[in-house]
Design a protein around this ligand. Structure first.
Ligand code: DON
Length: 311
């Protein structure tokens, strides 16, 4: 196998020339103008070695990738009681779909759908005011990444607040079923700010290290979540992290992964590496086109798919 450094820089070079880059999301106005030519990758190995290439230091809107961090915190709050209000099954539907909520009594299929993530934010409001919940999420991500520069892009949060009609519909619908316990504006306020976290690939891969390392912060050795919880979050990322594209992602990449409409993907190779890729053009399912391709090539060349026998 070529060195990991070579593999990562080769992939970035290949992605720079890739012709089919997908379509940049434009339903959140500040995302619409992002250059589809961008591509970044950060691979952080278990021993802390970092491999960065392309636009790995450029901030982007992490959007739904943030749902992993919100879920981690809400599980800390509610423990397994969270699963009375959110399911753990793939939905086979788009990230913003409402169809299953009626027949399933306002219980979202999983915490990575918009509806599920809004319930997760509502759970965080059990003990915290909205501004405190947002601050807690930011604090968590900064602590995991070891980087105080991570911030919430208020322009993105405001744009989502102004045009998030589907999310408002989802929240109101769940409130009608009694599955939101706080006013919809408050749960949505936390959700929109969480999604508006701006991070670069290096920061995002750093923030995900606890999921690669059995729940421990690899730099400090301190337990962030139990090993069992880290394993379970990874399982949810594998089965639900790409919405109706989750099966395809598992087939092609074979790693727990969480995508966002900003074009970022956090992928976890347990025991090996935490990986972030970013390319803003999306495929038909709303997941980063080149991000998935880059991860597919990375696992082909490293043998890191969880379905590969250890090399
Ligand atoms: O709520 C929304 O629509 C966005 N804040 C997040 C959607 C998202 O990232 C879906 N992922 N691919």
């Amino acid at each position: 196998m070529a060195s990991l450094r070579t593999i990562v820089s080769d992939i970035a070079a290949e992605m720079a020339d890739a012709p089919d880059r997908g379509v940049v999301a434009d339903y959140i106005a500040p995302l619409a103008g992002i250059d589809p030519g961008k591509f970044g990758i950060a691979v952080i190995e278990a021993d802390g070695t970092q491999h960065l290439a392309g636009d790995a230091e450029e901030s982007f809107s992490i959007q739904s990738v943030s749902k992993v961090f919100g879920l981690t915190l809400a599980l800390g709050e509610a423990g397994d009681a969270l699963w009375r209000r959110v399911g753990r099954e793939p939905s086979g539907t788009a990230f913003n779909s409402i169809v299953q909520l009626e027949t399933e009594h306002g219980i979202p299929r999983n915490p990575f759908l918009n509806a599920g993530a809004i319930v997760v934010c509502d759970i965080l409001l059990g003990r915290l005011q909205p501004s405190e919940a947002i601050a807690e999420i930011v604090r968590f991500v900064r602590a995991q990444a070891g980087d105080e520069a991570i911030f919430v892009d208020e322009r993105v949060a405001t744009a989502e607040e102004q045009t998030g009609f589907r999310n408002k519909a989802l929240a109101n619908y769940m409130r009608a079923f009694g599955n939101l316990h706080h006013p919809v504006e408050l749960a949505l306020g936390v959700y929109f700010h969480q999604c508006a976290l701006a991070m670069n690939c290096r920061q995002l891969a750093s923030a995900g290290r606890y999921l690669m390392a059995g729940g421990r912060h690899p730099a400090t050795g301190l337990s962030v979540v139990s090993a069992r919880r880290a394993r379970r979050i990874n399982a949810l990322m594998m089965t639900c992290g790409h919405y109706d594209g989750s099966g395809e992602f598992a087939y092609r990449v074979g790693l727990p992964g969480k995508s966002g409409v900003g074009g970022g993907i956090l992928a976890i190779a347990p025991g090996r590496a935490s990986i972030a890729v970013w390319s803003p053009g999306l495929n038909a399912r709303g997941n980063s086109q080149l991000g998935a391709l880059a991860l597919e090539r990375l696992v082909q060349r490293t043998g890191w798919s969880v379905f590969d026998p250890p090399r």
